[in-house]
Design a protein around this ligand. Structure first.
Ligand code: NAD
Length: 401
């Protein structure tokens, strides 16, 4: 694998800047159809992509196939959104003039993606950027450049013009981001990764006042109330905790369980976790799926992103206590609630300081939904109708009538 230099990155930005004008002028239908062709190509090569991803970063092939299918849905979704970009027209409140807004692509973007979902974290940015008419430079995680390069190859095959998407693998992430963000031709940065690096990139965006989207770390609470269907909660917990071996920003990090059902929940979850197959004899690092009961609320494991197969359970007595504990973190990405009380469902959705709340489900990711966080989990949304707005500027036109 070539190790890109800062010069390579600047040349990639040169290419993105040179392609920006023509790409913005390309008909939305054409941009959408390129994405749609890429979606078909990825679907037809899903097994190869999944195997590549598995070899590259170690997730099980079945998980990798799931990621290819999930990640590819962003291309389908944004292929359909490309032709629905629209501003609005209205009469000025005082009359006498009209107000018109038009949408334009933000311009050349810089994307930085993590290793844990090497394809989907790319398609969530590349899809809407292509649909909106932006060009881009992508720096994949240095552990997983092959998946991103394969994705770029399929987009080229689908008809994406040269210069629109430029992938630069490198081990010099810091120098590269400093150089690109110091360049006033770059208009936008979108990052998925840790909160620490996110803070650095936001600081670096200040001089050129670049627009930023930040998908950062999480510390998801998984709240189980006394009226929950405990078996359903255990099913959801397995998904929320063990998807991608627990290496997900949306992973359930802290299990907050009502004292009256905590033992039953812990026993059932431990049985399911213990039945998972672990193959610790090969090269690499392994940790057995583990359930911890009776964890004090203020313990370190409840404060940090675990990013692994450990499920700490802390008990609570009242709804207010559950809410206070759930919100007692700097993060605010995903949260999960199990209850059969409809009023409580709405109350929890309103009271939890999170960008996403899953009710009686352990899987919330969906290309048609706005994915993103609040507080130290960042800002901006990927997917849904909101996702393309991250790549559009609004121009207001005053029209005397
Ligand atoms: P990381 O922040 O260490 O790395 C992410 C990317 O940032 C990599 O490409 C890395 O090379 C790059 N990077 C590091 N320093 C940089 C710098 N100074 N300038 C530019 N790029 C730099 O994170 P990671 O360990 O790869 O990923 C795990 C983290 O990502 C977890 O915190 C997880 O929660 C988070 N994550 C968030 C989401 C989300 O959507 N919110 C999704 C997946 C992962």
């Amino acid at each position: 694998m070539a190790d890109g230099s800062v010069t390579d990155a600047v040349e990639a930005l040169d290419a993105a800047v040179a392609a920006q004008g023509d790409w913005a002028a390309t008909a939305p239908r054409e941009r959408g159809e390129i994405l749609r062709s890429a979606f078909e190509l990825i679907a037809s090569r899903a097994d190869d992509l999944a195997m590549l991803m598995s070899l590259e970063m170690g997730k099980a092939v079945a998980e990798a196939k799931g990621e290819v299918a999930y990640g590819n849905e962003f291309f389908r979704w944004f292929s359909e959104e490309a032709v629905r970009i629209h501003g609005r027209g209205m009469q000025a409140p005082a009359g006498g003039s009209g107000l018109l807004t038009i949408k334009k692509p933000v311009g050349p973007c810089f994307f930085v993606t993590p290793w844990n979902f090497p394809l989907a974290m790319g398609t969530r940015k590349i899809g809407p950027a292509i649909a909106a008419g932006c060009t881009m430079v992508v720096k994949p995680a240095h552990q997983t450049p092959l998946t991103m390069l394969a994705l770029a190859g399929l987009l080229t095959e689908a008809g994406l013009p040269d210069g629109v998407l430029n992938v630069v693998p490198t081990t010099r992430a810091k120098e590269m981001s400093e150089a690109l963000q110091g360049d006033d031709r770059l208009r936008k940065v979108s990052f998925t990764g840790s909160t620490g690096v996110g803070r650095t990139l936001v600081r670096q965006s200040a001089d050129q006042l670049q627009r930023v989207s930040m998908e950062l770390g999480g510390n998801a609470p998984f709240v189980v109330f006394e009226d929950a269907d405990v078996d359903a909660a255990v099913d959801g917990a397995m998904t929320a905790k063990m998807r991608n071996m627990g290496e997900a920003c949306t992973a359930a990090n802290r299990f907050l369980v009502h004292a009256s059902v905590a033992e039953e929940f812990a026993e059932k979850l431990a049985a399911r976790m213990g039945a998972l197959t672990l193959v610790p004899d090969g090269p690499g690092f392994f940790y057995p799926p583990t359930v911890l009961l009776g964890v004090p609320a203020d313990s370190a494991i409840n404060a940090e992103e675990i990013f692994g197969p450990v499920a700490p359970i802390t008990t609570f007595e009242t709804e207010d206590e559950a809410v206070a504990r759930a919100n007692d973190t700097e993060y605010g990405l995903a949260s999960y609630v199990y209850t059969r009380d409809l009023s409580r469902t709405i109350r929890m959705a309103e009271r939890l300081e999170y960008g996403m709340v899953g009710i009686n489900t352990g899987l919330i990711s969906n290309p048609a939904a706005p994915f993103g966080g609040v507080k130290a989990s960042g800002f901006g949304r990927e997917g849904g109708f909101e996702g393309i707005e991250e790549y559009l500027e609004t121009t207001y036109v005053a029209l005397p009538v």
